[in-house]
Design a protein around this ligand. Structure first.
Ligand code: GLA
Length: 390
């Protein structure tokens, strides 16, 4: 009899082992929250627009148990069981290690909303590739918040709150000005679907991914550099453009208005705005195309999205453009491909018909070279459900 051990089972074992070693007992509860990949709708979330991500079966698992006193003690299984402790009733001091700031950030954000957190032991492990643009930090934030909420019996905190608190932690404590997409799909994703999210109302519509399509993620091997400063620059340019058009966010204008009221808006800011306006329209159209299994239309929309990120938003890099082109040529209109995430490195996402999955995999393996050497990592993702108690 063969026993297949899943990646989740391995993570659970690692979380329990880290917990036992650090705190000498069993955790009371285990919580998981997934990373994500975005099919289309890039940089639209902080413009109050639309995104179409799915949660993936790469995740963070948090083991939690009670401790004496008011302190939080935490061990990070992925960092050689490095540990940290702080007392939320005393305050929050920033640390050098980023993972420590994520833990402090979520606790500080929960406390700022009146949720008294403390007296806990935590062990954290995960298998979301880091620095790849698959939202390892959002999955960690959401997993921690759900674990703390469940442990303390804060039943009035719902999945949307997990996302908002995790985003607040990133924005206000960790110092990353991200939008709401990553945290929201990590909290509320549904298995087998992509989530059309209206980032203004936070309303969602789930669209089933056809059975015969695989969600393939190819890590370009280019670590995302300068992403924070370039991200903030794009955010500011979008804000400037919204001010020019006299609207709260670029979500509020369409292509006609973009052209009609351009006035003296400079070329760069105009192109940034054009990416957002056209990307919002593409994202809505892509959700419709997927719902009706119109893969040819989806294919064109993903291609246009990549071009817009390359030419108007200027967040792609030449090796990623070549990788996308190579996969796109192989897929034709049977599937779609584009860069995904914040940009300047990271991953490409492709929807690939199962019957040519091997062929596309072989093509990437044989033809793509990471600029610094080596082969790209290819991940086939199962669109998964959001944060849950295990
Ligand atoms: C990062 C941010 C998200 C979003 C994307 C770009 O992943 O965390 O909020 O802005 O970039 O679409």
């Amino acid at each position: 009899m063969s026993t297949i051990v899943t990646r989740r089972e391995i993570l659970i074992e690692r979380a329990k082992t880290s917990f036992r070693k650090a705190f000498g007992g069993e955790p009371d509860l285990l919580v998981a929250a997934p990373g994500r990949v975005n099919l289309i709708g890039e940089h639209t979330d902080y413009n109050d627009g639309f995104v179409l991500p799915c949660a993936i079966d790469y995740e963070t698992i948090v083991a939690i148990g009670a401790s004496e006193g008011t302190g939080v003690r935490v061990v990070a299984g992925d960092y050689d069981n490095a540990s940290d402790s702080f007392d939320p009733s005393v305050g929050f001091v920033h640390q050098k290690a980023e993972w420590m700031n994520h833990v402090r950030g979520v606790v500080a954000s929960m406390m700022s909303r009146g949720w008294q957190v403390g007296g806990v032991h935590l062990a954290i492990v995960g298998d979301v590739p880091r620095g790849a643009g698959l939202s390892s930090s959002a999955s960690m934030g959401v997993a921690l918040i759900k674990a703390l909420a469940e442990h303390h019996g804060f039943h009035r905190i719902d999945a949307t709150d997990y996302a908002l608190i995790a985003q607040q932690s990133e924005n206000d404590f960790v110092g990353c000005a991200c939008g709401i997409m990553d945290q929201l799909v990590s909290a509320r994703g549904q298995s087998g679907t992509v989530m059309l999210l209206d980032c203004r109302s936070l309303e969602t519509r789930f669209v089933t991914i056809p059975d015969d399509l695989a969600v393939m993620v190819i890590h370009s091997g280019i670590e995302r550099e300068l992403v924070d400063s370039a991200y903030n620059e794009r955010r500011n340019q979008c804000k400037l453009a919204a001010t020019h058009y006299g609207v709260p966010a670029l979500r509020d204008i369409d292509s006609d208005r973009l052209v009609r009221d351009r006035g003296d808006l400079d070329d760069i800011t105009y192109r940034r705005a054009r990416h957002i306006v056209t990307e919002n329209a593409r994202t809505l159209a892509a959700a419709g195309a997927l719902a009706t299994n119109d893969i040819a239309t989806l294919s064109v929309l993903m291609k246009q999205s990549h071009r817009s990120m390359r030419d108007d938003f200027e967040i792609t890099l030449p090796p990623i453009d070549s990788l996308v082109k190579m996969i796109s040529n192989s897929l034709g209109l049977e599937g779609g491909v584009r860069m995904t995430g914040a940009g300047f490195g990271g991953c490409v996402v492709a929807l690939v018909p199962l019957e040519i999955l091997e062929q596309v995999t072989a093509l990437v393996e044989s033809s793509y070279q990471i600029p610094d050497g080596g082969k790209a990592r290819i991940i086939i993702c199962n669109p998964s459900s959001g944060a849950s108690v295990l």
